[in-house]
Design a binder for this molecule. Structure first.
Ligand code: GRF
Length: 187
């Protein structure tokens, strides 16, 4: 699931195709018709479905449609890879233990929007990213993998976010592998 750039989506596809992840990205769902993630899916040959939230009445309806699309293709796991909508129990309860999120902070610090800006404003020296299972509380849920990213003198949102992104691309495939192991009772 992606709403914007889709670099995490592409990193997951690359990890599946070139290793180390033994998985397949069978479908991308986007909520924004003009997002870059959609073009990436086309270039990568990954089927992409659009559910435009602006045409829907509420979050439940968005999640009902997203949930139906994933049920339709029979996925094991779903990754919110830059999904900029708050998800509802409609989706979370349909895929218990199967829905992952990636967030650009060391949770539980700096939940919600502009996590990178929040970290800079707080003056932390260490930031990072977290891949976790999704629960109803936003940016909470069992942590799967984290990576720390030092805040450097002179960092702004863009420079720090860029280095965090690189770590997101590294940990998200690891988190998918871990979530799959948990699901199949191997840990
Ligand atoms: C990432 O920073 C992720 O942590 C947040 O949204 C951003 C998505 O980036 N949830 P991209 O679209 O994968 O490039």
């Amino acid at each position: 699931m992606a709403s914007g750039e889709g670099s995490n989506f592409e990193a997951l596809v690359a990890a599946c195709r070139r290793g180390p992840l033994e998985a397949e990205v069978v479908q991308l769902v986007v909520n924004n018709p003009s997002c870059a993630a959609r073009s990436r899916a086309e270039r990568l040959g990954v089927p992409c479905r659009l559910v435009d939230h602006r045409l829907l009445t509420d979050r439940q309806e968005l999640d009902r449609q997203v949930s139906a699309l994933f049920s339709g293709v029979g996925v094991d796991l779903i990754v919110m890879a830059g999904w900029m909508r708050i998800v509802t129990p409609q989706l979370i309860q349909a895929f218990p233990g199967r829905l992952l999120n990636i967030h650009p902070s060391l949770l539980p610090s700096f939940r919600g929007i502009d996590a990178v800006g929040q970290a800079l404003a707080a003056g932390v020296q260490l930031s990072g990213c977290t891949a976790h299972l999704v629960v109803e509380e936003v940016d909470a849920g069992p942590i799967l993998v984290q990576a720390a990213v030092p805040v450097l003198p002179g960092d702004d949102r863009a420079s720090l976010a860029e280095r965090i992104h690189l770590q997101e691309h590294r940990i998200l495939p690891l988190a998918v592998a871990l979530a799959a192991q948990r699901l199949h009772g191997k840990t």
